[in-house]
Design a protein around this ligand. Structure first.
Ligand code: SAM
Ligand code: SF4
Length: 337
């Protein structure tokens, strides 16, 4: 067991400095994407265990004092949280080591039509919106809700609110949307957004993921190369996406090959679930529970120590390719993607 540093930044045993905190605001969702949730949803987290906004703000403040510079709000669907605008406002006022925290969000976009201007005014800097298909019937099948028009309205609202760069996320799936990759890139390019394709990961509550069936990053690139000239954009640092200029730019596209080309060596992320569990990586099977500390008489130093302990225990990589790989007990919607 490595000693836990008593002070300083969130650095793990491999020298990775953690700057990015992903906070799940709720495990609930307005969609039921097949790769994420079963039709009937999942057993929801107990309401009493969900972090209050004061508790979220406190965790973010302590994290900022330890070198976290970006907070990404996610879920479940973060826009289902009633006071989401207030959460954004409070987070974006927290001073980090380089100035105020940068607050971004990953959302299914359904409520952006209504909320985008308020979120922008509250300090939200950037949004990633998930859109796996542009076809209404497919969308209804894939998400089990007929809400494509709301997502499209959300994307327009995000553009109008000035979130930049605007990123659109899709998970390519065989026999589902694999024939739409080029259309999705064109759709994004037309809106000045970056399309990002994410390899499907074994994080679905229904356990439908299959290594054989999943569409690999290389396949995604091959499909795109049939329609566009792709030029790699050099260094990606800690960013998960390998990015390319589309037809010499300025449009870009990204591929996140978490399964076949993991980027764990540069990972600077730590996650906080809606019920106060710190997870040092997406596939973690163990969590550090902040809830008793937040609701007991723990000091900020106690919280900081637990955060450091969590980071020190981080593994080198996710090991999806290891023989003994076990899917985490929590589905993606309850971890915070
Ligand atoms: N509800 C929001 C949304 O869909 O953008 C935020 C939470 S969702 C868990 C965050 C991202 O994770 C989405 O882009 C979604 O497509 C992605 N995701 C969910 N399950 C996944 C899986 N099994 N493999 C890869 N990506 C997944
Ligand atoms: Fe909801 Fe996002 Fe999961 Fe789809 S991917 S079910 S929108 S949490």
């Amino acid at each position: 067991m490595s000693a836990v540093p008593q002070r300083g930044a969130l650095v793990d045993r491999f020298g990775r400095v953690h700057r990015d905190l992903r906070i799940s605001l709720t495990d609930r969702c307005s969609l039921r994407c097949t790769y994420c949730m079963p039709a009937e949803g999942v057993p929801w987290l107990a309401k009493d265990n969900l972090l209050t906004t004061d508790e979220l703000e406190r965790v973010a403040r302590v994290a900022a004092s330890l070198g976290i510079v970006e907070v990404r709000l996610t879920g479940g669907e973060p826009l289902l949280r009633r006071d989401v605008v207030d959460v954004v406002r409070r987070m974006s006022r927290i001073e980090g080591i380089d100035g105020p925290l940068e607050v971004s969000m990953t959302t299914n976009g359904l409520r952006l039509g209504e909320l985008a201007p308020d979120l922008a005014a509250a300090g939200l800097a950037r949004v990633n919106i998930s859109i796996d298909t542009l076809r209404r019937d497919r969308f209804a099948e894939l998400t089990r809700r007929d809400r494509l028009d709301d997502v499209l309205e959300g994307i327009d609202a995000a553009q109008a609110a000035g979130f930049a760069p605007l990123k659109l996320n899709a998970v390519p799936m065989r026999g589902v949307n694999e024939d739409e990759l080029v259309d999705l890139v064109r759709f994004a390019v037309d809106r000045g957004a970056e399309m990002r394709f994410i390899e499907q990961m074994p994080l679905d509550a229904g356990h439908i993921w299959s290594r054989v069936e999943m569409i690999r990053g290389e396949e995604i690139l091959d499909a795109l190369r049939g329609a566009f000239r792709l030029t790699p954009i050099g260094e990606r640092g800690a960013a998960p996406a390998e990015r390319f200029l589309v037809d010499d730019g300025p449009a870009t596209v990204g591929v996140i090959a978490s399964v076949t080309a993991p980027f764990c060596g540069a990972c600077d992320r730590v996650r906080l679930t809606a019920d106060g569990q710190l997870r040092n990586y997406l596939f973690a099977r163990e969590e550090d529970d902040l809830l008793p500390l937040l609701r007991g008489d723990a000091t900020d130093d106690d919280l900081a120590e637990l955060m450091r302990r969590c980071i020190v225990g981080k593994r080198a990589g996710h090991g999806i390719d290891d023989e003994g790989f076990l899917q985490p007990d929590r589905p993606m919607s309850a971890i915070g993607g």
